[in-house]
Design a binder for this molecule. Structure first.
Ligand code: SF4
Length: 438
């Protein structure tokens, strides 16, 4: 029965592949459904090659948000290496692309740099910036270059009721293709839309991929929970793409990160606990108004971004977790946050009055030797000068930093009378050993 389904999909793929010149794009998350589609497409290409048919280009597109679960990032990274080396060995006309958000759109730039509250159902700012936008830009450029493309997705009606309804609603042409909502001249096709979960698992267990076996994926699915893939080429209809094991480790759109909790129960995976704890803190602080500025960034009175002091604590903790995981040999060559993001965060903090370049200093404190100095903040000489004055007058530099930041926070306000009370409070708190939340 399954073999008939496989044959029928490969035959249909062959027919459509030869029917026009538009390149194909397979979106690949590393999950079981997109793996199945990629494997079927590759099998089809191999058959066409034995039939001496010319093969047009197939793009394999994957996404890296920069906050992928480390085990998943490892797995997907290794898979893409395997696939690429197979393509090279077999000289297939396929190309792998790993898409990343721009540094100004990254999770850490927005949360730590600009102070965006951790995403939730009502303010889910992450998926579009980190997954959809990079994919859409890439696909649009392909469409412009080639006039049209066909995207092959691993979505199935059997995934969920919502998925079944969205597939049902699609307006398909006589070839079974539907138009992509946001990309003109891009068409979408789901070759396994009628496959059941069992079909997918049986296929993957019975037939190893040409680039290697699926054992590593099976182990990952065994460890976690949840089923659906997060497809980067569609606005996911599900409440959160974090419900999948292929979501971000920082995801606070789901109330509980069950996938990580399940993984941590496995012997050898307990080391993820600090990440889980940090993710929970991001979630908790979002709803604590004392951790947020009393104004939005546009000056409107309302619960605003995370306070700069809170963001600084977050960054320090993140860097310390990273350092500890590196020392335990859990991170390989990877980082939890990139140098580019730390520099971007520093640029954002400068707008909030962080003239002493705390982000760079924090990075240096954990041996991340980032070479960056802004012309707009105090340079080394300036800082030494301020430190010397503070030293001479027995004033802690931290207090001066806090006072400058407070003054800076009033820059857009016409009425500044409250500034004196605020500054007095800072000095008072400092004298009483209370940490200032600026
Ligand atoms: S997994 Fe969660 S944090 Fe990541 S993009 Fe999706 S909703 Fe946002």
């Amino acid at each position: 029965m399954l073999d008939t389904k496989i044959r029928s999909v490969i035959n249909k793929l062959k027919k459509e592949f030869l029917a026009d010149t538009r390149p194909w794009v397979v979106t690949f998350s590393g999950g079981k459904d997109s793996t199945t589609v990629l494997q079927l497409v590759t099998e089809m290409l191999l058959e066409l090659r034995t039939e001496n048919k010319n093969l047009k280009k197939v793009y394999i597109v994957s996404s890296d948000t920069g906050v992928e679960m480390p085990v998943i990032e490892d797995y997907t990274g290794n898979k893409l290496i395997q696939i690429e080396s197979y393509i090279k060995k077999e000289k297939l006309n396929m190309e792998v692309h790993l898409l990343k958000p721009k540094v100004t759109d990254s999770f850490w730039t927005l949360l730590l740099g600009k102070g965006y509250p951790s995403p939730n159902q009502n303010f889910r700012w992450c998926t579009d910036r980190m997954k959809i936008k990079p994919a859409t830009n890439f696909l649009k450029s392909l469409t412009i270059k080639n006039e049209s493309i066909l995207m092959l997705l691993g979505v199935r009606s059997d995934e969920s009721q919502a998925r079944a309804q969205s597939i049902e609603k699609r307006d398909e042409n006589h070839r079974g293709f539907s138009k992509h909502n946001d990309i003109p001249n891009a068409f979408v096709y789901s070759p396994i839309k009628n496959w059941t979960n069992a079909d997918v698992w049986t296929y993957l267990s019975k037939y190893p991929a040409p680039w290697g076996k699926h054992n590593d994926m099976m182990v990952l699915y065994d460890k976690g929970s949840g089923e659906a893939d997060c497809n980067i080429a569609l606005n996911p209809e599900a409440a959160s793409c974090g419900k999948t094991r292929f979501g971000c480790w920082v995801c606070t759109v789901v109330s509980k990160d069950k996938s990580m909790e399940n993984m941590m129960r496995n012997k050898g995976d307990e080391w993820m606990e600090p990440l889980h704890h940090f993710r929970n803190k991001l979630d908790e602080y979002r709803y604590d108004h004392s951790k947020r500025q009393p104004r939005r960034r546009n000056g409107q009175k309302s619960v605003g971004p995370f306070l700069l002091s809170v963001r600084k604590d977050f960054l320090q903790e993140l860097l310390e977790i990273e350092q500890s995981l590196i020392q335990q040999g859990k991170m390989g060559n990877k980082k939890l946050i990139s140098d580019e993001e730390i520099i971007q965060i520093q640029k954002e903090w400068l707008h909030d009055g962080d003239f002493f370049e705390s982000a760079i200093k924090m990075a240096h404190s954990v041996n991340r030797l980032i070479n960056y100095e802004s012309v707009k903040s105090f340079n080394g000489e300036d800082r030494k000068f301020i430190e010397a004055i503070c030293d001479k007058n027995h004033i802690p530099v931290k207090l001066i930093e806090d006072l400058m930041q407070k003054e800076h926070s009033y820059r857009h306000q016409i009425k500044r009378t409250k500034i004196f009370t605020d500054m007095e409070k800072l000095v008072e708190n400092f004298a009483n050993g209370v940490v200032n939340e600026v």
